[in-house]
Design a protein around this ligand. Sequence first.
Ligand code: ADP
Ligand code: ZN
Length: 597
Amino acid sequence: MLREPHQILQDVFGYPEFRGNQEAVIHHVMQGRDALVLMPTGGGKSLCYQIPALAMDGLTVVISPLIALMQNQVETLNELGITAAAYNSGTTPEHRAQIHQDLKEKRLKLLYLAPERFSAPGFIEFLKTLHINLFAIDEAHCISQWGHDFRPEYLKLNKLHDLFPHIPRLALTATADQQTEKDIIDRLNLGYGTVFRASFDRPNIQYRITAKQNGVRQLVDFIQSEHPNDSGIIYCMSRKKTESIAEKLKEKGFDALPYHAGLSPELREKHQQAFIKSEKVIMVATIAFGMGIDKPDVRFVAHLDLPKNLEAYYQETGRAGRDGLPATAWLAFGTQDIFKVRNLMNLNQPQDQLQAERHKFNALLSYCEALDCRRIHLLSYFGEQSEACGNCDNCLSPPETEDTTEAAQQALSVIYRTGQLFGVTHLIEVLLGNETDKIKEFDHDKLAVFGVGKDKSRQQWQALFRQLVSKDFVAQDTDGYGGLSLNENCRSLLRGEEKFFSRKQPYLKQSGGKDRKQVQFKSDADQSLFENLRALRGRLAKAADIPPYIIFHDKTLLELVFQRPQNLQQLSRIPGIGKNKQEKYGEVFLELLTNEG
Ligand code: ADP
Ligand code: ZN
């Protein structure tokens, strides 16, 4: 018996329309065919297998890498009135027995499995006794050694094709460059499958990059002025830094928690749960945090250190705004941050790998230094063409640029004339013509370049050096003194064969403020209704011990404010309110709406 996908979308999920190629994917797998779905975070991958699971007889098996993710999905499905279970290393023997029983009696529609289950003795034989209609392989890039989330257990999934030749396999991921994509197809043996590719653009995310002066203060300003009551993630490179930044934010009155691999598993779990279950916890984390976090209302992702490449940056910033509401990706960087990443590169790896790593980092830097639309840079890196977006710092306040070729040559020259031994601070003093003790000690006031840069400010010179380092014209010695030296490729600039452009205002202006896209309430009454709906949702979530967004997303609450339904029928037309949720929560929300409406 087949049920109609569109009807399920409306009845169960409460959404009137499919998005992008969801419907095509659903029909495709329901015809028993394999597919690879490439869709950005928040694009709506889960529905691509959840709807077939409900439309077809039998059981859909979902392979997912992380326990937290599985639990979250199962909770979400149960709230929708769908029978689903997760089976992983954390499942108790009693729960296991229950799942077995439910499977035997065909009570489950979806079963979430960790990939390592497939190596457990007898498990495959057990699966063979079930009526499976589809294998969904979530986070499919984990099968590729090229991706940064490679998980050896995923390699076992290459047997699915032989073991279950008649059951369609649907691989899904939000991160796949061409190499990874090919790898997924090869390893899962999806040779005859179809690739469904959605645009990777995340239009609701505003990309912003700023020159670091005092990073922490800039970060605090940013959060205070734009996201004072929001949930966000701040990425830092070191464990120590996550703790010190979390401490500072707490002093400023924010609900901030650190997260890194050095914390005990209990504490990590505690912080993660606090983050998921609250509407305004800020997680200050190393990159150990994030995968498998499905929280839709993360309103900002901030970087206080540079990611290694654009893939990592895009994946990390992509955790903002899954619900489609406005969100910010904010990054601050300076010269030292660039050296920090470059100097950490492993020189003992094979040359071609090192070369690739450098190349990818340089691509990230040219994105950071870009003077035009950031989204065009990002999307073109992932092979997509686009137009100026109107929702990045460079689009919102286009930087004025100037030809700084001569100044760049002076900067290279001061490095050379001082023997390629000194750091940025000293070199700038020489250019500015300041008679510091160090300058006198080394007779640097006798050099021709002494004082040639008086017409520029210290900050302008700092920005210029950062740009030279970004372009890899300049290196830093790793002997501990941090002296700058010239790289071979700066010759064309020195000879004047290459031009060098900079922003006139090195202090990148904050482009949030009034230009910022955000939810606009028409009146104070609307705003206060929204707060009250949020509070009601919070109480219900707390009582049920589930994250608030599993009850309703902010987007659904906003629709309630804008449409103010006055009866159950009107309520049922609000996106995100399916039958089950209407039955469960309709009355209480209507009570609030009719009282305030
Ligand atoms: P992904 O797994 O691709 O990151 P999800 O499957 O979690 O994304 O979907 C992101 C959000 O979008 C979810 O809250 C989901 O309910 C919502 N969503 C998915 N499809 C639709 C649709 N057709 N209409 C409205 N909302 C949708
Ligand atoms: Zn733009």
